[in-house]
Design a protein around this ligand. Sequence first.
Ligand code: ADP
Length: 391
Amino acid sequence: MHPAGAAVALEPEAAAKQDAPLRVLLIEDSAADSELVNHQLKSGGFHFVSETVNTAEQFRQMVRTFHPDMILADYNLGEWRGMDAVDILREEGVDIPLILVTGALGEVMAVDCIKQGAADYVLKGGLSRLPLAIRRTLQDKALRAEQRRGQEELAAKVKELARSNRDLEQFAFVASHDLQEPLRMVAAYTQLLAERYKGKLDDKADKYIAYAVEGALRMQALVRDMLAFSRVGRNGAERGLTDFNLALSAALLNLRAVIEENGAVVHAATLPTVKADQSQAIQLFQNLIGNALKFRGKEKPEIRVSVERQGAHWAFCVADNGIGIAPEHKEVIFVIFQRLHARSEYEGNGLGLAICQKIVEQSGGRIWVESEPGQGSAFKFTWPVSESERK
Ligand code: ADP
C-alpha cells in the first residue's frame, strides 16, 4: 500500500521540455500495480507527477490539495469502488477525467461505468494502451473546455449585442421624439416667413426661404418615420386582435387622395383577424400600398391584396403592376435608409419597408418581394394564425 502524499516525479526525455508536469492521482491498493502504472506513464513519454490513494477520505483530500489533472482508478478496492470517486468529484464540483484501470471488467460493466462518468477504461492486462487512453481523454477535456469557452464568449457577445441594440433603439426613440418639437417650430416659422415676405425681398431671398421650408418639411417627415420605426416593438407585449379588413380600409382612407390622383384600383380579398397592434397593421398596409402607388408604371395602378392560409400562418400578398424591382435589389430595399432612386425621381426616405419588416418580424412572420423589372411587384408577408383559430 502506498502512503498518501508520496509524490513520484518522473521525467522522460520526450516530454522534458513541457512546462508543468501532468498531475496524476492513482486510486490503487496494490503497490506493485501502482508501480506498473507509473512505469507505463514513463515509457509513454509523459512528464508527470503522481500520487496514490486508496480510501475515499484520502481521495477527497488529494483532490483538494494535489489538484490532479487526471485520475486513474482501480475498479475494486475492497472497501470502496474506484467509481465512487466520480461521485466525490461531482460533489467537489471539479471536472477531472477518470480512467478505470482494472483487473477484469465485463463489457456491460465497462459501458455502465462510462455512462456514470468514467472517461475510459484500460485493463491491467493491456496497460500499454494506457498512454493512448490518457492522451485521448486529455484532448477530449481540452476540446470540451474550448467549446465551453466558445459558448460562454458567444453568450456574452449576444448579451452585449442585445444591450447595445436596446441602447440604440432607446437613443433613436428619444432623439426622434425630442427632435419633433424644435423642428415643428423651424417648419412653422420658415413657412410663416415664406408667407409674409414672399415677393417683398429679392428673388434670391424667395428661393432661399423656399429651400428652408422644403428642408424643414422633409426633416419632419424623416423624424416622423424614424419615430414610427423605433416605436415598433415598444409596448408591443399587449397586442389584441385586429381585423385586417378594418386596418386595410383605414390605410386606404389615409391614401384616398393619392389613390384618386392616380386613378388607381385596389382589389381586396376578405382578410382574417389576427393578433396585432392596430395602428401598426394600418401602417403596414399604408406603406406597401403607398409604395405601389408611388412606384407605378405607365398604366393605371392596379393593386391586389390577397391572403391564403398556410398551416399556422397566413400568407398575405400586396401585388401591383408598377415598375418592378431588379433581383439584386430584393433584399437591400428592406434595409433602413436604402433607396433605389434619387429624391428628384421619387420622394421618400427609405424607411417605409424597414418599418414593414420590423412590424412583420415582431409578430413572428417574415416579409419578402417577388418581382421583375417592368413586371410589377408582389410584396408577401406571413403572419401567425391567431390562437383561437388554430384549434
Ligand atoms: P422609400 O419609398 O421611402 O424609398 P421604402 O423603404 O418604402 O422607402 O422602399 C425602398 C425602395 O424599395 C424604394 O426606394 C423603391 O426603390 C423600392 N420599392 C418599394 N416598393 C416598391 C414597389 N411597390 N415597386 C417598385 N419598387 C419598390
